[in-house]
Design a protein around this ligand. Structure first.
Ligand SMILES: [Zn+2]
Length: 142
């Protein structure tokens, strides 16, 4: 049997990948308390976890070696980091202003996701961004 495929009517739909970031309760609390500890300076943490089908799961946190922090700068030389595929991104705080990534933040993007927490560092002050500066929804799992 022959089938005529209506080739001219074929529609290709590119499925948009819905991305999201999930924090375990422990990693969420860890990020927030580390922000508060370092206030009024910025803090920076490495996010460990895994990524599956667009969802980034943050399971634990690593304090980066040789980190330098100040009121407007939090960074570390990534060349000092061991190659570890479970490092999926970074979190840092913005003690003042919004949780939007600065140009420097985007230029120094590390991993898959960048979490920025603004003062006063509550659950609703946590925002996640991709390397293009698009917001990714964040949720906390039990
Ligand atoms: Zn920043």
């Amino acid at each position: 049997m022959l089938t005529n495929y209506p080739t001219t009517k074929m529609i290709f739909k590119t499925k948009k990948i819905e991305r999201s970031v999930t924090l375990t309760k422990e990693s969420c609390e860890g990020i927030l308390s580390y922000c508060k500890m370092n206030h009024p300076n910025e803090m920076v943490l490495i996010l460990k976890g895994k990524s599956k089908a667009g969802n980034v799961l943050v399971e634990s946190l690593v304090i980066p070696p040789f980190s330098e922090t100040g009121p407007t700068f939090a960074g570390f030389p990534s060349s000092f980091l061991p190659l570890d595929l479970s490092y999926i991104g970074m979190a840092h705080s913005h003690p003042e202003g919004s949780a939007e990534p600065s140009l420097d933040d985007l230029n120094n993007f590390f991993g898959l996701v960048s979490i920025i927490v603004k003062s006063p560092y509550n659950n609703e002050d946590i925002f996640a961004w991709d390397s293009a500066g698009n917001m990714i929804p964040v949720s906390v799992s039990d």
